[in-house]
Design a binder for this molecule. Structure first.
Ligand code: AMP
Length: 430
């Protein structure tokens, strides 16, 4: 029979990699908590309308990429393609009325039916942060700094923070018109996608990846030239506060972001060593001052970002590799009375585990060599060997598998001795 495959673009994380995922998630939680953000967990799917109304009908995500299905009651549900819309819904359903100033972070799986490539999947994971209820520039600077601090905390060194402003009110409309005026006479030279975007979402022509579109970009109107005074002051303040925080950034007028809900400050975190190829945007975000009202809440400004975990781990490879934790290995050597010795080995492993010590045991038992190899594979340092003689004497044989030494100790002092050995300096180590 043919082996069943996973859905293309949806990946397994095996134990060896899961340790790196956990290290990244731990660093994310710790960084967010330090900045005063609390964790929110939302369902994996929502009513489809939430995404069409927030992300925007004419965006690639909503037009082509959503996993949408009907539930048994005939209602249209969608697997979440991003986290902001769900978080806003949860905010509106909970604290919006009573504590509008809220700071939340989330992490979890997102789903988009894109063409799979390195760094682009159909099930992928994001970590994200959102700050509600504050429209000032300080929180923009702070949340950008949070993203940068987290990226640095997991060992990624080559990152650009690129920022731009979309303005508010009618800036976008005026800019949109200016783009239509500029690109319409050049329509034939645009890529097929951008010819379509000219009618539906002309801002997207500015961040198109097509060579044809890029060639036409230098003469195109620049978003920042269309900002009103208040928007410009806000953007200037974000920049001076980022400078004050020591968060390096560059202003990049070509950033427009794909989702409809952004206003004013928008930004991207880009990996710059080249190791991610075309998928070099680690994450992005911005201010979305109208979204909460559009989804039925009171006018409430907000700002947030999301970073892609798979890309973070690719970019951090070599940095966040979790070392084997200090661990023990129990080995049973029985010439007769096998079951009694094996049972005792299990009981010793349990006693060590109950004391909080990571303990391996090869429950196939068999030859001592093979049992020792099992321990080596897991990087175990303390080897506890028992046989009938040790059981009779109330002792165990404790080996330092790194230093290749051994001694006999009383069974009663096992936990203390193993703990002492695991915390002793590694022979030949730093
Ligand atoms: P977006 O929500 O489109 O602004 O994406 C934010 C970040 O999520 C991106 O910069 C990527 O790191 C990650 N991301 C988005 N789509 C995918 C995908 N299909 N596969 C892997 N990562 C993704």
């Amino acid at each position: 029979m043919q082996t069943l495959q996973s859905v293309p673009g949806m990946n397994d994380v095996l134990p060896a990699d899961a340790a790196r995922w956990r290290a990244m998630e731990d660093a994310f939680r710790a960084t967010c908590e330090r900045y005063g953000f609390g964790e929110v967990r939302t369902p994996l799917c929502e009513f489809t309308e939430l995404f069409t109304r927030s992300v925007g009908e004419t965006t690639d995500v909503v037009e082509k990429e959503m996993y949408t299905f009907e539930d048994r009651g005939g209602r249209s549900l969608t697997l979440r393609p991003e986290g902001t819309a769900s978080a806003v819904r949860a905010y509106l359903n909970s604290v919006a009325g009573t504590e509008p100033l809220a700071r939340w972070y989330y992490m979890g799986a997102m789903f988009r039916g894109e063409r799979p490539a390195k760094g682009r999947y159909r099930e992928f994971h994001q970590v994200g942060a959102e700050a509600y209820g504050d429209g000032g520039p300080a929180v923009d600077a702070e949340i950008i700094d949070l993203g940068y601090a987290f990226i640095r905390a997991i060992g990624i060194e080559h990152t650009d923070v690129r920022i731009n402003s979309l303005g508010s009110g009618d800036t976008r409309l005026r800019y949109r018109q200016a783009l239509v005026d500029y690109f319409t006479p050049l329509k034939e030279k645009l890529s097929a996608d951008s010819q379509r975007r000219l009618l539906t979402n002309p801002l997207r022509i500015i961040d198109s990846k097509s060579e044809q579109d890029i060639a036409l970009r230098p003469g195109a109107p620049r978003l920042t030239d269309y900002l009103g005074d208040e928007d410009r002051n806000h953007f200037d303040a974000v920049q001076s506060m980022l400078a004050k925080l020591g968060t390096p950034f560059v202003v990049d007028p070509t950033i427009v972001r794909g989702l409809d809900y952004y206003t004013r400050t928008i930004f991207e975190f880009k990996e710059t060593s080249g190791m991610l190829g075309a998928q070099d945007t680690l994450g992005a975000g911005g201010r979305y001052d109208n979204l909460i009202e559009e989804l039925g809440g009171r006018p409430t400004p907000a700002v947030g970002w999301a970073l892609g975990c798979e890309r973070l781990l690719l970019a951090a490879s070599g940095h966040t590799v979790a070392a084997h934790p200090p661990s023990a290995m129990v080995i049973a050597i029985a010439k007769s009375d096998e079951l009694a010795v094996q049972g005792e080995a299990l009981a010793i492993a349990k006693a060590l585990r109950d004391a909080g010590i990571v303990t391996h045991i090869d429950t196939r038992f068999g030859k001592a060599d093979r049992q020792f190899r099992h321990g080596e594979k897991h990087g175990a340092r303390a080897g506890i060997v028992i046989g009938s003689a040790e059981i009779a004497a109330g002792t165990v044989n404790l080996k330092d598998l790194f230093a290749k030494t051994q001694r006999t100790i009383p069974r009663a002092s096992l936990v203390d001795e193993v703990r002492a050995l695991l915390s002793a300096p590694t022979p030949g180590g730093p």
